[in-house]
Design a protein around this ligand. Structure first.
Ligand SMILES: Nc1ncnc2c1ncn2[C@@H]1O[C@H](COP(=O)(O)OP(=O)(O)OP(=O)(O)O)[C@@H](O)[C@H]1O
Ligand SMILES: [Mg+2]
Length: 574
């Protein structure tokens, strides 16, 4: 066997860089976080070709002293902590002292930096971790770092970079999130020479949101303000007028750090209970302040994962915060059980009383149910949701919600176990694996053919009641769902033979989008066209839809457009 030996620095750095710098997006994240830690209030982010040709971050932060410039690129060199004890009171985003060293190990890096105390700045060039040049230069206070030739010395990583549009899509997402983390910093984002957006420097998160997102989202925001001894949760969540086909707009910061936390997403959504359509998710922008000693940020080198000391309690607090935002805006109304009982007991012969009693005795309906008062309204504008407590216990709405969370948690735990045991699943499959939806998919996949049926009649103008010829089985067919299914099959057939029947809209639909969505729509124009939707560029972050598949003429075009866009984002990330 070969002798055990210490690896050379270059190899150590390249291996370590692999964990911190996965893609151009990680570079943008690390550099912008450094600018935030440096106290900048103006940050400019420029990228070209999805960051493959150039990533340049400029800030007006405090800069790096002349004699410290080289140290900044050395692994485990940081100005942010001194010992591990400092992690318990961490107020910076960086602390590992490895981002710059990692970036410099796998690319060409040029940095220009100056502090207010130094009369001139420094320009340093590094290639693959080796210093190529270092000189004095005249420059403003602050730091500019330009990264080129990414992964030039790691061919395996270079090969696995996605298309420019896809890498750019990922960067768009992270820049938007970082801009939301600090409303008192102005972020300017330039993609391939075009200014994508600029956020204002205010102390108001709403202003930042309005500079990044479309009006529809902005108009549906509800304020979240929740505080206990251990946690402060502020921000916004959306009402029922806005929802998306993925969770990309659920953006959460813990002590200013952008984090990804799947279980937290489930708890956020659990607050909405069943108020949103299946497979649709709310948007939210939450800032969570928690004692730093109660949260471990040193979970992964990318620093986007955190572990809470009391995870279940914390997640329930977050759910409670969202829930009270919905509740205080009358989106969820609580009707006291007593009132209902009183109503029915007034008139014992009332026909609805027996229905109520039946419901009350029906086990599966026990517990809180949300009753949709006006299910017809397409835009959900005036929908009111009323909670009727059918069970006999006097638990309040909130306790019910907590119980549901515990149930959901059990499902999630079960799912996590399933994923662990599922050794054959690829990473990608695990990523997309969702237990609750899975059961729906299985039902949908059930391809049993219906037997020959004879129609008995139509119930409530909705359900077709049928029986089989042997008169041994009864079938209820939801007309609306059946119609959708027929349309789906028709559309699929047209798509398969590439002959989608299109129809021109009398009044073309203009859709205003966020920069992120606009970029995504334009980059996927061809796919939309293949599906029968003709998109046109319609000015800043807006598109015009002229033609749609004739099957969808009567449908909500905007909603279909977003459904396609979100599915594309889930698959292609651009
Ligand atoms: N834009 C900047 N302005 C001022 N100082 C900077 C800037 N970028 C980096 N530095 C300095 O360089 C040091 C090294 O940066 P680097 O990102 O490698 O490590 P870190 O931020 O301390 O920790 P982490 O690896 O977790 O990001 C920082 O601690 C900071 O002192
Ligand atoms: Mg850093």
């Amino acid at each position: 066997m070969a002798k055990i030996h210490l690896l050379d620095n270059e190899t150590i750095n390249k291996i370590a860089a692999g964990e911190v710098i996965e893609s151009p997006k990680s570079i943008v994240k690390e550099l912008v976080e450094n600018s935030i830690d440096a106290g900048a209030d103006e940050i400019i982010i420029e990228i070209k070709n999805g960051g493959k040709s150039l990533i340049r971050i400029t800030d007006n932060g405090k800069g790096i002293e002349k004699d410290q410039v080289e140290d900044a690129f050395m692994r485990h060199c940081t100005s942010k902590i001194v010992s591990s004890d400092d992690l318990n009171s961490l107020h910076t985003l960086g602390f590992r002292g490895e981002a710059l060293a990692s970036i410099a190990a796998v690319a060409h890096v040029e940095m220009i930096t100056r502090t207010a105390e130094d009369s001139s700045g420094t320009i340093i060039s590094i290639e693959g971790g080796n210093i190529v040049s270092k000189e004095a230069i005249g420059c403003p206070v602050g730091t500019t770092i330009a990264v080129t030739e990414l992964f030039y010395n790691v061919p395996a990583r270079k090969k696995f970079m996605k298309s420019d549009a896809s890498e750019s899509g990922n960067i768009n997402e992270i820049v938007v999130s970082l801009a939301l983390s600090k409303e008192n910093i102005s972020f300017k984002y330039i993609n391939n020479g075009n200014i994508a957006f600029r956020t204002p420097k205010t102390n108001n998160l709403l202003n930042t949101i309005s500079s990044l997102y479309e009006k529809d989202l902005y108009n549906s925001l509800l304020k979240v303000q929740y505080e206990t001894n251990n946690i402060i949760i502020t921000g916004f969540t959306t009402n029922l007028n806005y929802y998306r086909g993925n969770r990309k707009q659920q953006i959460v910061f813990v002590n200013n750090r952008l984090i990804k936390h799947k279980r937290m997403n489930y708890f956020i959504e659990a607050a909405y209970n069943t108020l949103l359509p299946k497979n649709k998710y709310p948007a939210c922008f939450l800032k969570i302040e928690i004692d730093p000693s109660l949260v471990d940020v040193n979970v992964h080198p990318a620093k986007t994962e955190v572990r809470f000391q009391n995870e279940d309690i914390t997640l329930n607090e977050i759910k409670r915060a969202i829930f009270s935002a919905l509740h205080s805006n009358n989106i969820i109304k609580e009707i006291k059980k007593e009132t209902i009982v009183h109503d029915y007991s007034e008139n014992k012969t009332n026909k609805s009383e027996s229905i109520f009693e039946k419901l009350n005795n029906y086990d599966s309906l026990k517990g809180s149910e949300y009753i949709l008062e006006n299910p017809i309204n397409e835009n959900f504008n005036n929908i009111k949701f009323t909670e009727i407590n059918i069970s006999n216990n006097n638990k309040n709405l909130f306790e019910e919600a907590i119980e549901k969370a515990a149930e959901e948690e059990k499902i999630i735990r079960e799912f996590e176990k399933q994923v662990e045991n599922h050794a054959t699943l690829t990473n990608e499959k695990v990523e997309n694996y969702e237990p609750i939806q899975q059961s729906f998919i299985e039902i949908e996949k059930d391809e049993r053919k219906l037997p020959e049926l004879s129609i008995i009649g139509i119930l409530m103008d909705t359900y077709i009641i049928c029986e089989n010829y042997e008169k041994t089985e009864m079938y209820m067919i939801d007309q609306h769902a059946a119609h959708e299914r027929i349309n789906y099959e028709k559309f699929l057939n047209q798509y398969n033979i590439r002959k989608i029947i299109k129809q021109e809209l009398l009044i073309p639909e203009v859709i205003n989008l966020s920069y992120e969505d606009y970029y995504s729509a334009i980059n996927n124009k061809e796919i939309f066209e293949n599906l029968g939707f003709e998109l046109e560029n319609f000015g800043i972050n807006a598109i015009l839809i002229n033609n749609v598949p004739s099957i969808f003429m009567e449908s909500n075009i905007k909603e279909i457009f977003y459904t396609i866009l979100d599915s594309l984002k889930n698959v292609r990330n651009c």
